[in-house]
Design a protein around this ligand. Structure first.
Ligand SMILES: Cc1cc2nc3c(=O)[nH]c(=O)nc-3n(C[C@H](O)[C@H](O)[C@H](O)COP(=O)(O)OP(=O)(O)OC[C@H]3O[C@@H](n4cnc5c(N)ncnc54)[C@H](O)[C@@H]3O)c2cc1C
Length: 389
């Protein structure tokens, strides 16, 4: 007989929800149910590729502190699962001295948080990584702990460990209803009515559909993004022991990875995609976006460019200020929500841990005060949006 009553239910088993299921299961074991509408590891959401950038370099001291805690959460998972999910290759933020994303906010934030970094001019960058072709007006910040969060592997590790702790994870089980039930919560999924005391919602691009069940709508914008793996003619120059993750800090903003998971480096434009919904999105790459990335590489990282191995599309769920949502759901006692704003993978294990703490204790160790669901910009119907941070 299907068990219907749980202490905790997690809605959505992408990057954040798998982490929440894992962290909840460490204490609550079999009292945790995770519900995923598609198969585990599906590619329709935000979290499924070989690599995501992880870095301490961020634009506010608050994010830097959060990033420190994120590394610690990932290391707990690595220790418990026996599986490596973080690869520190070093991280380089670079761009023109007069740019849309000033490097000073990053260096000031790291300095305020006691994180070591180096400020490099163009000549020094090219000396260390001759793969770059830069002019004198370019400068950069190097932080040695920057690197790769192994997304697909990390999701699978969270899921596997959650199950080992006794959690039930049900795939192909869409949640179709959420209702308050006298201090508890009824969750309708796959034709079954489940009951729980606490619900963690981590629905990614489907967040507004999930929140609609509790009468909430946030001014989120979902965009169709893409990343490209290139068969570089100089593949060896882009191996992780000699090439860092990098971010071009200007508008447009580009970023890239050493060879990892496929047989060539990966590069992309950040927030370069068009608005879609999880239903209207296609899996077709946007040729204009592809051309911009290729032109950028031809100019600044010429050895990276080669035939496309493939381009993979993916969704961002963007808040107008690009800050996360991590909070209690005001309309429903016992429900909590996390939304990643297109840069959350590096924090996924920590956000899952935070959701677990909120669900269990009603408060979290991490400072999530900037991520409130009722912050003014999220109460506006059509707020100004700025994604370059
Ligand atoms: C191209 C790209 C590059 C990125 N690069 C980086 C990076 O370098 N560094 C970084 O930190 N972040 C990066 N991000 C952002 C990061 O990947 C996301 O913020 C993060 O993965 C969001 O995870 P999520 O769990 O919120 O969403 P998802 O992974 O989409 O998970 C949501 C899950 O909920 C399920 N679901 C939704 N509704 C229901 C329902 N009703 N019933 C059951 N299940 C439901 C969905 O099927 C899905 O599996 C990138 C994202 C993209 C797309």
């Amino acid at each position: 007989m299907t068990r219907r009553d749980y202490e905790y239910i997690v809605l959505g088993l992408g990057g954040l929800g798998s982490a929440a299921a894992y962290w909840l299961s460490r204490e609550a074991g079999a009292d945790v149910l995770g519900l995923e509408q598609f198969e585990l590891g599906h590619v329709r959401g935000e979290s499924q590729d070989h690599s995501r950038i992880i870095r301490l370099s961020y634009h506010t001291p608050g994010y830097v502190e959060l990033a420190k805690q994120a590394y610690a959460a990932w290391h707990d998972l690595e220790k418990e699962s026996g599986e490596q999910v973080i690869l520190e290759t070093g991280g380089l933020d670079l761009g023109p001295r007069a740019s849309a994303i000033p490097l000073e906010t990053y260096s000031d934030s790291m300095a305020a948080s006691g994180v070591a970094f180096e400020h490099l001019d163009a000549a020094e960058i090219m000396h260390r990584w001759p793969q770059f072709r830069l002019t004198d007006d370019i400068h950069g910040l190097y932080q040695e702990r920057g690197g790769i969060a192994m997304a697909a592997r990390a999701n699978a590790a969270h899921q596997r460990m959650a199950r080992e702790h006794g959690a039930s994870l049900r795939d192909r089980t869409p949640v179709a209803g959420i209702r308050a039930a006298g201090g508890e919560i009824d969750v309708e999924a796959g034709g079954v009515s489940y009951r729980c005391r606490r619900l963690a919602i981590a629905a990614g691009p489907w967040s507004n559909a999930a929140l609609a069940h509790v009468g909430l709508e946030l001014p989120l914008e979902v965009t169709q993004e893409q990343v490209t793996y290139f068969a570089s003619p100089r593949r060896r120059d882009f191996l992780p022991d000699r090439f860092p993750v990098w971010i071009w800090m200007d508008d447009p903003c580009y970023y890239g990875f050493p060879v990892f998971g496929e047989d060539g480096p990966k590069a992309a434009q950040d927030a370069g995609g068009k608005p879609v919904t999880a239903e209207t999105r296609t899996f077709e790459p946007d040729p204009d976006n592809s051309r911009r990335v290729r032109d950028f590489l031809a100019r600044y990282l010429p050895g990276a460019v080669g035939p496309e191995i493939y381009t993979k599309t993916c969704l961002y769920t963007l808040t107008p200020d690009r800050n996360f949502v991590i909070d209690a759901v005001p309309e429903m006692d016992g429900a909590f929500v996390a939304i990643g704003a297109g840069h959350a993978f590096k924090f996924a294990s920590l956000i899952g841990k935070t959701l677990a703490q909120l669900a269990r204790d009603g408060r979290a160790e991490a400072d999530i005060s900037p991520f409130g669901i009722a912050r003014p910009i999220l109460t506006q119907k059509d707020p100004a949006r700025s994604y370059m941070v």
